[in-house]
Design a protein around this ligand. Structure first.
Ligand code: FAD
Length: 117
């Protein structure tokens, strides 16, 4: 039904859309301030993300932010880190893993076969 509170799946899909799209469009070279802000942003998301199971997972899995902090050295590094984070959730949920060499096609440039043009 439309206009109803989000189920976990819809919230997840929307959140990943924001996260991958945001990562795709940060500056190629991140400033010192950008790096700090991106790390805070991910930490805050982990703290307040409204899904108990998910937040706990973010805080206790091998890909966790503390043990594996966001790689914010550059736009490409952050996109690849986000892809690996998403794949760790995919793996846990038994979903297919995404080929991280294709993140820019999926989230920024459109597929090489032109289907998004
Ligand atoms: P999604 O996983 O939402 O993916 C959307 C689209 O992203 C895909 O169609 C694909 O085109 C693309 N994509 C897939 N993998 C990647 C990747 N690695 N890199 C780039 N693009 C990719 N749900 C739970 O049930 N339990 C949980 O513990 C849980 N934890 C979550 C933790 C976080 C931080 C987030 C944001 C979501 C979590 N979710 C969890 C939701 C879950 O990840 C999915 O969003 C939800 O199950 C819907 O899945 P989907 O198959 O529609 O595709």
């Amino acid at each position: 039904p439309q206009d109803c509170p989000l189920e976990r799946e819809d919230l997840g899909r929307n959140t990943w859309s924001l996260l991958h799209t945001l990562a795709a469009y940060i500056p190629d070279e991140t400033s010192k301030e950008d790096k700090e802000d991106l790390k805070h942003f991910m930490a805050t998301l982990g703290k307040f993300y409204p899904c108990d199971v998910c937040a706990n997972e973010l805080a206790s899995r091998p890909m966790v932010l503390k043990q594996n902090p966001p790689d914010v050295r550059s736009r490409n590094d952050f996109c690849q880190w986000m892809c690996r984070l998403h794949n760790s959730v995919n793996e846990r949920l038994g979903k297919p893993l995404f080929d991280c060499s294709k993140v820019d096609e999926r989230w920024k440039d459109g597929w090489k076969d032109g289907r998004c043009d």
